[in-house]
Design a protein. Structure first.
Lengths: 149, 515
């Protein structure tokens, strides 16, 4: 328990920053037009202000009340997101199968435990199943494996 | 008899072999996803979304809708056997379903909830069939001001009525609209917020957004939290599922009341199956002559909410199909499928695409029948699903999410978008921002901007146009009421929550979130 609600305070401040950013970009780079003939910049500029205003309200409220500890985790997002990133990096140069293996192996580390047998079986099963569904079943042109050299 | 020929047309579409197959697939996958805690409807629909690119729009919708109502059938299984709701809409079913399972009546509970689900769904489908065309016809006279007002009401209701802070909900709606602005502006061909990335010209991919914010973020929050089940197989033998005559007799009226409540709340924006289930449970408990039985395995306590959430699943399609205004994030995804396939949603949908509209609705009968067959004899199979460990499940889900994202444009950019939205979704969970309003804002944003700009052109820049036209003014007034009510009730429930919670650290229920 905290004296003020830090979660909402930080969340609110982030929203204010985001809203301000959106409005500034919209005003600077896109024509605003008039209310009768609105340009492409008008709608985003208004939305940025609204977002910032809501963020401000949230942050002000947070100062007046107690808050709970936020649920921050380190390893789960790290490994899960690293797995997704590895897939994105590998899919074009190396093909589908290396990408699947890397996402499965890296993301499963998020459990902070390794079950080597079931992990190997899972990789094998997915490497058989995914080509069957996507390449054979749906006929999508994805290279299964590609040697980068 | 126009009505009957339409129904005939619908069945002729729904009963084609392809559509039956995909309806079956959707219902099957839906049940699977519903049974397994830690995998939500939105994550499942967005995961299978890329598959639907290669299908006809009608078939695609039939399958996705099957997943949607299938999860509610399946979700009761986890509620009853594990005391863990498979989907938020099944949360109330835990209250009396789990005690029933502990008394060895788990089989009865599973059987009866399936019956209640089917009853509720049928009730909802009938209303859907009767009212959608009427509402659509009325809506044909709406202009841009009315549409803008309607969408605004939908967004405000969805963000303020759902649990949590109204400010956070509204902020997420606005953020969703902003994300929806990325790409080429349809009216002036200006490219907005693309940061020089060519792939963003067409805008942010709805699939990547849904998969990142709901799929990846949900996995991050569930890892090392979802426990594998331990179920007693004895209570599930086929002969253990036969309800007593007394139980059947006591189920009729709760089912009927649940279905009516569910149908009503399903149509309103922002309410939907979870709220319908909660309210119908509360009503059953209040009008019961023996309220002390509730929470200890009262059959009424599972029949009413299960009828309600399934009825709401079906009637949620009424505003989506008749007005083109979705009331929930899942319905927004359905609308997104239509738009990706180039079908314009709105009141013209029924007359311009009768095969799609009637075919979809009639497929609900097919799907619910399939679910009835899938659920009763196969209860044992679904229960075994519960014993798949999460450490096998989540890497597989993640791999399918990435493959799906990649195939939706054959570009790694879409996978990177999933990554970015996974980060956003995780931050949103840390700061306790709701995800559903973001998705709704994203889908409705471009439509709203278009109608807003058009209304302003017609009124020569006068904001009063929204308040001078009678229909639009009524909707605006309702929006204001919803907003005030939402803010007041959110503050009140927050105070109550803080008082009752005291120092307790918050619960590890990452999977139990509103859709």
């Amino acid at each position: 328990m905290y004296r003020i609600d830090y979660t909402d305070l930080v969340g609110g401040v982030l929203l204010v920053a985001l809203g301000a950013g959106v409005s500034l970009v919209a005003i600077q780079y896109y024509p605003l037009g008039t209310l009768q003939r609105m340009g492409p910049g008008m709608f985003p500029a208004i939305l940025g202000v609204v977002l910032g205003g809501l963020g401000m309200l949230l942050a002000l409220q947070a100062l007046r009340r107690t808050g709970k500890r936020p649920d921050i985790r380190v390893f789960s997002p790290l490994f899960v997101l690293a797995g997704v990133a590895s897939f994105a990096l590998l899919i074009t140069p190396a093909g589908l199968i290396p990408a699947i293996v890397s996402i499965v192996v890296i993301s499963s580390l998020a459990e902070l435990r390794i079950w080597p047998v079931s992990l190997a079986l899972l990789c094998l099963a997915l490497c058989l199943m995914a080509p069957l569904v996507f390449v054979v079943g749906l006929g999508l042109p994805i290279p299964l494996i590609r040697w980068p050299f | 008899m126009d009505f009957f020929s339409n129904i005939g047309l619908g069945f002729s579409v729904a009963l084609s072999l392809t559509n039956i197959f995909y309806c079956f697939l959707g219902a099957l996958l839906g049940t699977l996803v519903g049974v397994i805690p830690g995998l939500g409807v939105l994550a499942a629909i967005s995961m299978l979304f890329p598959l639907t690119f290669h299908l006809e729009p009608t078939t695609a919708l039939i399958m996705l809708a099957g997943i949607w109502y299938g999860t509610t059938y399946g979700g009761s299984t986890a509620s009853i056997l594990l005391n863990l709701p498979g989907t938020p809409a099944n949360a109330v079913t835990c209250l009396d379903g789990y005690p029933m399972a502990k008394q060895g009546r788990g089989g009865v509970a599973l059987f009866m909830t399936t019956v209640a689900s089917f009853f509720g769904a049928s009730f909802g489908i009938i209303l859907l069939t009767l009212f959608t065309p009427v509402i659509a016809e009325y809506a044909l006279q709406f202009g841009s001001a009315e549409y803008f007002a309607l969408m605004l009401m939908g967004l405000v209701a969805a963000s303020t009525i759902s649990e949590g802070s109204a400010i956070k909900g509204l902020a997420m709606v606005v953020l969703g609209i902003i994300i929806g602005l990325v790409g080429m502006d349809t009216q002036s061909a200006t490219i907005r917020f693309s940061f020089g990335i060519l792939g963003l010209l067409e805008g942010v991919s709805l699939i990547a957004l849904a998969m990142g914010v709901f799929g990846v973020a949900e996995i991050i929050m569930s890892v090392r939290r979802v426990k594998t089940a331990d179920v007693d197989p004895e209570s599930l033998k086929l002969k253990a599922i036969k309800p007593s005559r007394d139980e059947v007799r006591r189920s009729w009226f709760p089912m009927l009341r649940g279905a009516s409540m569910g149908s009503f709340f399903g149509t309103l924006p922002g309410t939907g199956p979870s709220i319908a289930a909660f309210l119908s449970y509360a009503i059953e408990k209040r009008i019961s002559r023996t309220p002390e039985r509730f929470g200890k395995g009262a059959i009424e306590g599972i029949m009413a909410p299960e009828a309600a959430n399934n009825a709401a699943d079906q009637t949620a399609f009424i505003p989506t199909l008749s007005l083109g205004v979705p009331g929930s994030a899942t319905m927004a995804l359905m609308l997104g499928v239509l738009m990706i396939h180039g079908v314009a949603p709105g009141p013209n949908l029924i007359s311009s695409q009768p095969e799609l509209f009637w075919g979809l609705i009639m497929s609900f009968w097919v799907g619910n029948l399939i679910l009835l067959l899938l659920n009763i004899p196969l209860i044992g199979v679904w229960v075994r699903m519960l014993t798949i460990p999460y450490h096998i499940l989540f890497p597989a889900v993640l791999a399918f999410i990435c493959i799906g994202a990649f195939t939706s444009g054959f570009s790694p950019l879409n996978v990177w978008m999933v990554f970015a939205f996974g980060v956003l979704g995780y931050l949103m969970r840390v700061f306790r921002f709701p995800g559903a309003p973001l998705l709704l804002g994203f889908v409705l944003g471009p439509l709203m901007e278009e109608h807003f700009r058009r209304a302003m052109v017609l009124s020569r820049g006068d904001f009063m146009t929204f308040f001078e036209r009678p229909i639009s003014a009524t909707i605006m007034a309702l929006t204001g009421l919803v907003l005030i009510w939402g803010v007041v009730s959110a503050e009140r429930s927050r105070k109550r929550q803080l008082l009752s919670e005291g120092e307790v650290d918050h619960t590890p229920e990452a999977t139990d979130r509103p859709t």
